[in-house]
Design a protein around this ligand. Structure first.
Ligand code: 7TS
Length: 416
């Protein structure tokens, strides 16, 4: 069932919500798990786990091909999930929703298909930013065997905000795409993407947004943003791994050739010539991640129970609380202090390698990410090899942040 706008929403109660996520009850090293690595992947509510079990236990069949009961049932569930995604991000049509493996595959698809559509000439430019995940850097470099595409990089300030003036000046007649992250996974910065799109469009340049960190955090409306492409991963939005979404405006998807060839994406095949199916099937060669799609649908239903503003408000409180507490830790420096931030806090502590922080607090069951977070050029910009990063979602609590602070104090004592 698709949720309707007037539906009564479930009251936000963090303790009740935590009961929906079985993993949050487990122990790690004999201590209750404190899971603060949600930017890497989020945990799954029972409803998502049940949807996967239900599918494999009772409904498993391949889709789009069988005229028998189970195949039709699986097809219906998979296509209903597509409708749920369409509503989640307010796409104009479900045919603009391409199921892929995740954000990484979505961006690779756009790079590859735009290249093959001859959208780029040698020497053309793609504008990215200094805070991109490698998933929005490497695909453009990989195109070099087809076209010499030059990447231009929007600089960022010391607080981790994009320099919009520099961005505007960067656009030339060779600029063929702007591809930027909506929310930085390493800094937490929420970029002014509507403005970025307006500027690009005033030069007739399309925009791809990497929404991997944004869709889990707040309501994204691709029509309101006027994004040409939007990518995100199911596993960060409380759904399964191996499923993700590329949204593309019909006008773009229509002129792009398929990314991969095979079954399920053709209309007719002879040895001489193949004609392709309509959108979105043209981009979905082979048996897809059927269970993943259905599980993502269940994750969307889960989120839709709530007034998302209440979830955002809770996450923002956690962000403020963590920022305040961490800023009182001597020798600790927060990397990423933008005005508009989502619930991600990256930090370094003088004289202590982030890996040591992560490993030591893990003994108390606290999971944070340490490393370069697949943003090495960003680490270089801040002149650090790595950071420790805590990232929160709506099921996290202030008590968990207190445990993180205690853990950090413990690490510091060991190094003094
Ligand atoms: N873009 C951003 C902004 C991301 O945060 C990530 C994953 C990706 C792209 C790639 O997503 P995938 O699902 O295709 O792998 N970010 C992280 C992270 O911060 N820690 O682990 C993965």
């Amino acid at each position: 069932m698709l949720t309707t706008i007037n539906e009564v929403k479930r009251k936000f109660d963090v303790e009740e919500i935590r009961n929906d996520f079985p993993i949050l009850k487990r122990l790690v090293n004999g201590k209750p798990l404190v899971y603060l690595d949600n930017a890497a992947t989020s945990q799954k509510p029972q409803a998502v786990i049940d949807a996967l079990t239900q599918y494999y236990t009772f409904d498993n069949a391949n889709i789009h091909r069988g005229l028998y009961f189970l195949s039709e049932l699986a097809t219906e569930q998979y296509e209903t999930a597509r409708l749920k995604v369409k509503e989640l991000i307010n796409a104009l049509s479900a045919s603009e929703i391409i199921f892929v493996r995740g954000t990484t595959e979505a961006i690779n698809l756009v790079a590859s298909s735009l290249c093959r559509a001859k959208h780029f000439k040698d020497g053309d430019e793609v504008i990215i930013s200094n805070m991109e995940h490698h998933a929005n850097i490497v695909p453009w470099q990989l195109m070099s065997d087809r076209k010499q595409i030059k990447m231009k990089v929007i600089p960022i300030s010391d607080s981790g905000e994009l320099d919009l003036e520099a961005y505007e000046k960067m656009i030339t007649e060779k600029t063929k795409l702007v591809s930027v992250v909506h929310i930085s996974n390493s800094l937490g910065t929420i970029n002014p993407v509507k403005k970025i799109i307006e500027i690009a469009h005033s030069h007739d340049v399309p925009v791809l947004l990497d929404g991997a960190q944004a869709v889990p955090h707040f309501k994204v409306d691709v029509q309101d943003l006027n994004a040409d492409f939007y990518a995100f991963s199911g596993h960060k939005v409380f759904g399964p791994t191996g499923i993700g979404v590329l949204y593309g405006k019909t006008e773009w998807l229509e002129i792009m050739p398929p990314y991969q060839g095979g079954g399920d994406m053709i209309r007719t095949v002879t040895f001489e010539k193949t004609t392709f199916d309509d959108l979105p099937r043209k981009f979905e060669a082979g048996t897809p991640n059927i269970a993943g799609g259905i599980g993502l649908g269940a994750a969307i239903d889960y989120i839709n129970q709530f007034d998302r503003n209440e979830l955002v408000a809770h996450e923002n409180k956690l962000l403020d609380y963590a920022t305040e507490k961490l800023s009182h830790v001597e020798g600790l420096r927060i990397i990423g202090t933008a005005k508009e931030k989502a619930s991600v806090v990256s930090f370094v502590i003088e004289g202590i390698h982030p890996y040591d922080i992560g490993t030591i607090i893990d003994t108390d069951g606290i999971a944070i990410r340490t490393g370069h977070h697949c943003t090495q050029p960003l680490m270089a910009r801040f002149n650090v090899p790595a950071t420790a990063r805590a990232s929160f979602v709506f099921y996290n609590t202030k008590e968990e942040i207190d445990k993180l602070i205690l853990g950090i104090q413990k690490v510091k004592k060991m190094f003094i």
